[in-house]
Design a protein around this ligand. Structure first.
Ligand code: IVH
Length: 500
């Protein structure tokens, strides 16, 4: 293949992949299968490798990552990245409405409502229809240049197409980890004995600052945009949002224009439970004055705009009965109490267990078996017990005698000075500690052996074949044959995975 032919094919493939990416991520209407898409991408990767002189910094191959950023350069924001004032009740929102009305001296105005996405804010810069930089909020004045990581987010357009695109402008939005991706990531971590991440927001924040962009690509972040800066001739926020949509940006379809604060309150009620069905965590509603000239007149306080506010939903909570307390032993021997609850439906799922943190927390809550307890679900996936409904306590509620022996191996537990947790001292004989260490080990040593997950380690341990990570290396074909469901191919996979 001549360089000229390569250049031509690279251009065609780029065009084609960007088109299908757009159909998939913005239009939700793919025309080719994932397999076909991957084939196109593979072909482009191969050609770029062979002809690096034609590799565009905005090539769709950037989506799979590969760039390593040791230090993220600091970038000053052209417009400061402010935060929003918060309200927690309709009364506070009506106060906000009065302030807006006074500020506009009785003039008519409209609101534009959006959900408040729970992620990390990002500023995206474009020049001549091309993505140039992605910058974190930082301290609001200057943030970090995380462009390589942003390029892995498939719904962030790298090359723009459309009408009236300004020459240089800025878009702000929220980078988030979709709930499904977060749950899958945690399942994988659990499988290999790593601690689970607490919530999707913090995980997204940690991911966007990772040095290896291929790992960021694997984490499948997403991004919704909600503001356009530096464009001229646009009169309302609604118009800006519609323009962003038409230029290929990912806008959540949950927005609504409202004519009065009553309509805003209806929007808030409408989304209170419905938002739980959305693919990402949301924690409130953002209410913006729609007209940009009016926004300008209302201006800003030192910290936030006077033309916008957020309404925060209360954490979802309910009450149910505490049936018992069980204890979980981790890889380090730390023992964690878990509340067993009478099943109760809360924010989309049935809750049967909730976290209790430690013995001090149980004492602080003066918790007793049989108590009615309040259970709350925030951004965390594991709900927590937040209090006791003392009025409902029955006389036969039993005080909790905290475990003094390991629930797994019956060793006497001990406490480390200054730490809240109790520990099991049986490092070499307590099954969850042994299995946890092996799981942890394989994660470090050979992350790609998915044939060696939690279940296989459990079986190997039950069969008496491994007691420490070192025993993995003594496993032979006959041993592997004893594993349930293991056939020729999986046995070879398993053994060669360990050898690596
Ligand atoms: S507009 C002047 N719209 O909430 C700030 N922000 O506390 C204008 N956020 O830093 C921001 N969803 O990260 C806006 N639909 C939305 C939002 C949103 C989430 C975040 C954003 C911002 C923080 C404000």
């Amino acid at each position: 293949m001549t360089p000229e032919q390569a250049r031509k094919e690279i251009d065609q493939l780029t065009e084609k992949i960007n088109h299908h990416n757009h159909l998939y991520y913005q239009k939700n209407n793919p025309e080719i299968s994932d397999y076909e898409f991957d084939q196109l991408l593979e072909r482009l990767i191969a050609l770029e490798k062979q002809f690096p002189q034609f590799k565009d910094p905005l090539s769709p191959t950037q989506r799979v990552g590969g760039a390593i950023t040791k230090e993220f350069p600091a970038v000053y924001h052209r417009f400061p990245m402010l935060s929003l004032g918060n309200t927690y009740s309709p009364a506070e929102l009506e106060e906000f409405d009065k302030r807006v009305s006074r500020g506009l001296e009785g003039e008519d105005y409209e609101y534009f409502c959006e959900l408040k996405f729970d992620g990390v804010s990002i500023s995206l810069l474009y020049d001549n229809n091309k993505f140039t930089k992605g910058v974190t909020r930082g301290d609001g004045v200057r943030g970090d240049d995380v462009s390589n990581n942003i390029k892995t987010i498939r719904s962030v357009p790298l090359v723009l197409k459309g009408k009236d695109i300004p020459e240089a402008f800025e878009v702000r939005g929220e980078v988030f980890m979709p709930k499904e991706v977060f749950l899958k990531l945690n399942r994988e971590r659990e499988d290999i004995g790593e601690e689970r991440y607490a919530n999707a927001r913090n995980t997204a924040a940690g991911t966007i600052k990772m040095q290896d962009s291929s790992e960021v690509a694997r984490r499948k972040l997403d991004c919704y945009v909600y503001s356009l800066l530096g464009a001229t001739g646009i009169k309302t926020h609604e118009e800006a949002i519609k323009k962003l949509e038409s230029w290929g940006f990912n806008v959540s379809p949950t927005y609504k224009k409202c004519q009065s604060i009553e309509e805003v309150l209806d929007y808030i009620t409408h989304w209170e439970l419905k938002r739980l069905e959305l693919p990402l965590e949301t924690d409130g509603v953002v209410i913006k004055v729609n007209n940009l000239e009016q926004q300008q007149r209302l201006g800003f306080t030192a910290k936030s705009p006077r033309w916008a506010i957020s309404y925060k939903y209360k954490a979802q909570s309910t009450s149910t009965r505490l049936i018992g307390v069980t204890y979980q032993v981790g890889r380090t021997g730390a023992v964690t109490p878990v509340a067993i609850l009478e099943p109760v439906f809360l924010a989309g799922t049935t809750v049967k267990r909730a976290s209790l943190h430690n013995a001090n927390e149980i004492a602080r809550l003066d918790l007793r078996i049989g108590d009615h307890v309040f259970v709350e679900k925030g951004g965390e996936i594991i709900p927590k017990v937040t209090g006791v409904d003392a009025a409902k306590r029955s006389t036969d509620a039993k005080p909790i005698k905290y475990a003094d022996r390991c629930p797994e191996c019956n060793s006497k537990l001990f406490r480390v000075e200054g730490e809240a947790a109790f520990y099991c001292p049986n490092v070499t004989g307590c099954p969850p500690q042994i299995k946890g260490r092996i799981e942890h080990f394989i994660q470090r040593k050979a992350m790609d052996i998915n044939s060696l997950g939690e279940r296989t380690i459990d079986q190997l341990y039950q069969l008496g074949l491994v007691k420490s990570p070192a025993d993995l290396y003594d496993l032979g074909r006959e041993d592997a044959m004893r594993l349930e469901g293991f056939k020729e191919k999986s046995i070879t996979n398993l053994l060669s995975g360990i050898e690596q």
